[in-house]
Write a protein of this length. Sequence first.
Length: 227
Amino acid sequence: MKKLIVVGLLVLLNSCSSQIIKNNLNENTKEYFDINKYKDWEIDTKYSPTGKDKYLKKGEERISIEYFNDAVQIELNNINSPYYKFNKFSLKTNRLLLTGTEFYKINIGIWESYNETGQLIKKIDYDKPYQFSIEDLIKKMKNEYDIDLLDVERVSYVSRYEEKKDVNLPLYEICYKYNSLNNNKIEYYLINGTTGETLFTIKRYLGDKQGSLLDNYLDSLKSEKQK
């Protein structure tokens, strides 16, 4: 009986030790805000900061550091990539409060929120409404239209949203500069975020006043019905 109790205590102690090590590891690997990390970065003169805000560069890397009342917000990216790493830190504790990834400034993947003591309090999966993923979209545009969505020079923007009024679908919008000699000539693509089907394309001029891409698509549906 004593032997069983001792074995039980050893198992319990091992379990507690493993949990402590795991917690310490999570704590040690969690990000903290430290402005000194960027002391060897140059000022990015492309932007005019206000107050304590900073815009820095190092090689092809770019970072924006923006201060708010109780937090500091950081966005890091490479000038040749549409992906951004977003972090928000507490100014009181320097702990990470919010972290996630952006693709052409749209939230993608899982974003995590933490409280002031470093505990995970919320997860949001921004990809959930879109069965046709960003990776699927990149492959589709390359294979079907020879468009590289990672080419930040030719792609004006990529956006996505859930349209619940007229078509009741998750949608992707792509704006692409199809003429390398004239950046004002653009082509729009409207993609079904569930199936990946191309719903509509149209060539327009940048800055024209022909309404939104969704409006153009709905107008085309009306014209089809009239015919």
